[in-house]
Design a protein. Sequence first.
Length: 223
Amino acid sequence: MSIRINPSILSADFANLQAELQTIAAADLIHVDVMDNNFVPNLTFGQTMVTRLQEVTPLPLDLHLMIENPDRWAPVFAETGAFSVTFHVEAAEHPVTIARTLRSMGARAGLAIKPNTDVEQYLEILPEFDQLLVMTVEPGFGGQALIEHTLAKVATARRRIDAEKLDVWLQVDGGIDATNIERVAELGADTFVAGSAVFKADDRATQIELLRNKASQGASHRH
């Protein structure tokens, strides 16, 4: 199973983003948190900023839309050329329609669920998606501690993905660091968003490699 480490630029120095991106060139994708101050109480990047990031990043962009009305806006963000566009099921009217539109535009389609959203009711539509994002903190701010009860959803989703042999990445986002990534990988996650765990490190390339190695160890212990 491939392991992916996607640093979240929510923890980067926004005034020097191009330089910051160079320090995480060892990562697999760049995780970009798009927040609208409605779905979550924070405001970050719009599509103009994402388009500019797309021009200067050496890596594919993994967009996480924490916004209202993804039915309207998710395709707009796909137009930036982003590799992957993940939206929240709690904000979506027609998640499968959005996913099909994103895929038709050449983007990977991701479905995100908040910590208190039940994953079971969305397992049936997983084949329509390329990625499931299980939020392990409440979306909106970086630097939070991982919420333990969310990990049961990771295991549940992994069982379904394996049982149906789905080509779906299982991503976790929130409080992931060197102390817990191995355990979360053992439960079945393969794609890890790490913000402060990467950006607070003196040597970010070494930190990314450490996280990747620990996650790989965890994945190797899966039954």
